[in-house]
Design a protein around this ligand. Structure first.
Ligand code: 5AD
Length: 477
């Protein structure tokens, strides 16, 4: 049978989607190629969130096409995911060697399309249609043994799409409107994963805190909220009468997943700050498996910019959430995303972002240069900033974030922290790698029997992005 190589760009949801596509292809008898050079089918699962992510995937495809055209013209080349969704057929016009373009609601069709192309039944396939129920089409991403042996951690997709329409963001146009899976459906998937040895589950969605707020019917791509017809969709919670209506659907889901025996840790990403109501803050105190870690994208420290971005909270409200989370647990690991150079961002606005970063002392942050995206309101706003200004602000903020992150790492030296051992370290496979509850990476010495265990280790050294645990403490376990 032919072999497939899938390269993934972008977020965890994309990683999860690639796993799902790989699982389907393997179920049909395909093998996974160790490199693109040896593959009969090469699929790039793409990201559109910033221009450079698109650019990387396009240049990669140009290289692949050039490489294969002469010596292996039969190799099937495909774009999947977000850029495929937003650009569709245009990608084949630009790169005529591409055979397949499949959008974000059609991952479950990829294996059939690859069959058709290889068998010569069809020559070019573009499928970027919407599909009812696409949020729940593929669950078997780890279940048939295609992934690494006995994974300790796993992603579970709980919802798709986003209706927040931040003015800079392409996601509502690439992932469509919010659609949530039901609680029983999600819990069944989690149970299955746990029965196969998974200890930690990360619940995934573009805006997980909006889980279950809208019906499961609509997957419309690219319609603004104001234009939408109201949808009488099914309520994802309708099968769960036992849950208190006082809790938001997302917290009800956390409760249901928390009840799974054998599951040790729950994470989720990405939430929206406006979803951090009292019930979610309280959940961190109430649910011991919900680890003290929050990735809370702030985007800017300036109220003026937050408003232009359509974020739906103020700087003061964001700081209040952080205060509440740390009051529940002072060990809370807090990370964020920040965009610099949003249209019209002044020196004063940027100074507000710097001061917010100093005030919060994030454990880490992703700092992004604003990148205009097609069809988004911000791309048409006046006062787009010159590249040099954006570059300079990016460097300045990044230096500050790194300085704070390093200092926060340093204070871990000498402390005993619980880690979940995930497997061999990516940098040095002779060692093991795990993460603390607050999501910090810890390297230890140990062997295969430690994989999947929760261990208390003493931190002996803190490097800027990695902690090192003491093997002597490990040996006591
Ligand atoms: N330009 C720069 N960064 C962006 N992000 C989203 N859209 C853009 C854009 N147009 C960032 C946000 C988001 C993260 C996933 O990507 O910070 O939280």
């Amino acid at each position: 049978m032919p072999s497939v190589f899938i390269k993934t760009y972008g977020c965890q949801m994309n990683e999860r989607d690639s796993e799902a596509v790989a699982a389907q292809l393997v179920a049909k008898g395909y093998s996974l190629a160790p490199s693109e050079a040896l593959a009969d089918v090469v699929l790039l699962n793409t990201c559109s969130v910033r221009d450079n992510a698109e650019h990387k995937a396009v240049s990669k495809m140009e290289n692949l096409a050039g490489q294969f055209r002469k010596h292996r013209p039969g190799v099937i080349l495909g774009f999947l995911g977000c850029m495929a969704q937003s650009r569709g057929r245009e990608l084949i016009d630009q790169l005529p060697d591409v055979d397949l373009v499949v959008g974000t609601q059609k991952f479950h069709r990829v294996a059939d399309y690859v069959d058709d192309l290889l068998a010569g039944r069809r020559s070019k396939i573009v499928d970027i249609e919407e599909e009812h129920g696409s949020e729940a089409t593929i669950k078997e991403h780890l279940l048939n043994g295609t992934a690494k042996a006995k994974p300790v951690t796993s992603f579970v997709s709980i919802m798709q799409g986003c209706n927040q329409y931040c003015t800079f963001c392409i996601v509502p146009y690439t992932r469509g409107q919010e659609r949530s899976r039901t609680i029983p459906d999600i819990v069944a998937e989690c149970r299955e994963l746990v029965s196969r040895g998974v200890k930690e589950i990360t619940l995934l969605g573009q805006i997980v805190t909006s889980y279950g707020r809208r019906g499961g019917e609509s997957g419309k791509v690219g319609k603004r909220e104001s234009e939408q017809a109201s949808v009488a969709g099914q309520n994802p919670l309708s099968h769960s009468p036992a849950f208190s209506p006082a809790l938001t659907p997302f917290v009800q889901l956390l409760d249901a997943v928390h009840a799974i025996e054998g599951l040790e840790r729950i994470r989720f990403t990405s939430p929206h700050p406006k979803g951090y109501g009292q019930d979610l803050v309280a959940a961190y105190a109430r649910l011991p498996k919900l680890v003290e870690s929050a990735h809370l994208p702030v985007q800017s420290g300036s109220d003026r910019v937050l408003k232009l971005m359509h974020r739906g909270y103020t700087r003061a409200r964001f700081l209040e959430i952080i205060r509440q989370l740390r009051a529940v647990n002072p060990e809370m690991g807090i990370t964020t995303d920040i965009i610099v150079g949003f249209p019209g961002e002044t020196d004063d606005d940027f100074a507000e972002t710097l001061s917010l970063a100093r005030e919060v002392e994030f454990d880490n942050a992703f700092v992004f240069k604003y990148s205009p995206r097609r069809d988004t309101p911000a791309a048409a706003m006046p006062d787009q900033l010159p590249e040099e200004v954006i570059e300079a602000r990016h460097a300045q903020l990044l230096a500050l974030i790194n300085e704070i992150a390093e200092a926060k790492h340093k204070v871990c030296e000498g402390r005993v922290l619980q880690i979940l051992v995930e497997g061999p370290s990516r940098k040095n496979p002779a060692r093991l790698e795990g993460r603390t509850r607050a999501n910090k990476i810890v390297i230890i010495e140990g062997d295969a029997r430690h994989i999947g265990q929760l261990l208390d280790v003493r931190i002996v050294r803190a490097a800027p992005f990695t902690l090192y645990g003491d093997p002597a403490i490990l040996n006591l376990n």
